[in-house]
Design a protein around this ligand. Sequence first.
Ligand code: C5P
Length: 319
Amino acid sequence: MSHGGPGRISGDGAVVARAPAKVNVHLAVAPLGADGYHELRTVFLAVSLFDTVTVRPAERLSIELTGPFAGGTAGPDRVPTDRRNLVWQAAELLAQRAGVSAGAAITIDKSIPAAAGLAGGSADAAAALVALDTLWGTHATRGDLAELAAQLGSDVPFSLLGGVALGSGRGERLSPVLARRRWDWVLGIAGEGLSTPAVYGELDRLRAAGLLPSGEELASPDPVVAALRSGPVDALAATLANDLQEPAIALRPQLRQALDAAAAAGAAAALVSGSGPTVAALAADEDDAVSLAAALAGSGTFATVRAVHGPVPGARLVG
Ligand code: C5P
């Protein structure tokens, strides 16, 4: 990392970056590995729901939360404002790597709910890396930031990259995929989050009990990649798959009704996003997404409903 002049720093010294939520349109999970992680084959799609991270010069690190999903007071969707927050860890890691002192007043404006299967915490960490790199003049390359991102969490490298990507390893090893068309979705967001480790643990338990296939053979992502590249919508609808869906439903049985509600409202297909509990409902086009969102909002099944589209770019400076 070389040192140099600042990038986009506004009058009060603020630097702003944003990063998108993701949906896994394919998520095949191998058996639990010796390292406590599961080997994955996944296809990530970045969608147009963004968290915004603003950083300002300060002596020490501090985190303030704003926005519609600033967090509850208990449960897995509670967002901490200390070193347990991935943004704090991102700041310390970047500062240590660049040899600068980790001081910044950080505001995270949360439009992505926490513990929802949308990689909201990963988006915050990715946006923080980009913003702090400019604030501190650390001038890390995209490759440097990707390496730090992989140390922070399995989904952080994708939050940095955005677009569409094939993920392997823990999800942190990425190959970008060129998608030629836009995909419209409606996200049905539940009131309360689910813990990612709990959902992986439930998958292990259901597999050990013989209630789900072992995962020794990972489904190929090739059909979903081919469908994502050019469509049509029915081809993508037919290939969506998520090994974490059944364990998420086992922990949150209302998810079955939520998926049924999406099908009844006219979605081309619906699946649980990542470890849930968000339901991602595929729409035929933008107009269809608007009517699907209205139908789902009217169904009373979800606390929040959002029409989104993807692919969109990964973490980047704003303004
Ligand atoms: O990498 P990250 O910190 O986001 O992972 C959170 C938890 O999710 C891990 O501690 C692990 O329990 C589970 N996980 C997993 N296999 C993966 C990714 C995450 O078991 N590939």
